[in-house]
Design a protein around this ligand. Structure first.
Ligand SMILES: [Fe+2]
Length: 198
């Protein structure tokens, strides 16, 4: 990238990965994992975040950009950076049954949360809207099924960058499309496309 190699940033990142792997192995359940992972993420993002190299900060014109930062060889977790131009957003989606931690590194993100109230055999679900808020740098949030459905959207005029830890490689997830009955949603599978694959 034409910039000096930042060894301390590499060490900070490697240390985070090692602590996260240890935490996952030594936690009793996903509720413990997600709490511990959120603490580690808070610690990681406190500084300048120079472990996030310029190539992983690149946005995309078509859609928010998804950069893989690390994928655990044992598939215990993955780490992603998403880069959002103003107004770019996700569909309403879940996280394929896994836990997760999401953190804002730059800019602001609007979060709109939903909860699955009923699942039906015909690929529809009834969702309840459970809140909407805007979060900024250093804010973090947890995802733990069944409270794992949301929409994320870049808020304001700046590009936003978010960090995501998931409890496995999230290759696919469900998206929910609103039907004419306002809280009934049609479910379809979505397969992930990485800008920077790991
Ligand atoms: Fe999400």
């Amino acid at each position: 990238m034409g910039q000096p190699h930042d060894e301390s940033a590499d060490l900070e990142f490697t240390d985070f990965i090692e602590k996260l792997a240890f935490l996952i192995d030594h936690s009793a359940n996903d509720a413990e994992r997600v709490m511990g992972a959120e603490d580690l993420v808070k610690e990681l993002i406190r500084g300048a975040c120079s472990w996030l190299t310029p190539d992983k900060r690149q946005p995309s014109d078509e859609h928010y950009a998804r950069h893989s930062l690390y994928r655990d060889p044992q598939d215990r977790f993955e780490l992603l950076a998403l880069v959002w131009k103003p107004g770019q957003c996700t569909s309403l989606h879940d996280h394929d049954g896994t836990w997760g931690v999401e953190a804002v590194l730059e800019g602001q993100i609007e979060v709109t949360n939903y909860f699955i109230v009923e699942e039906h055999a015909d690929q529809t679900v009834r969702l309840a809207h459970t809140g909407a808020f805007t979060i900024g740098r250093l804010s973090t949030g947890r995802i733990l099924p069944p409270a794992d459905c949301h929409i994320l959207k870049a808020h304001g005029d700046e590009t936003a960058i978010t960090l995501h830890v998931y409890g496995k490689q999230l290759r696919k997830f469900k998206v929910f499309e609103q039907s004419e009955d306002s809280d009934l949603y049609v479910v379809r599978d979505y397969y992930v496309d990485y800008v920077s694959p790991q």
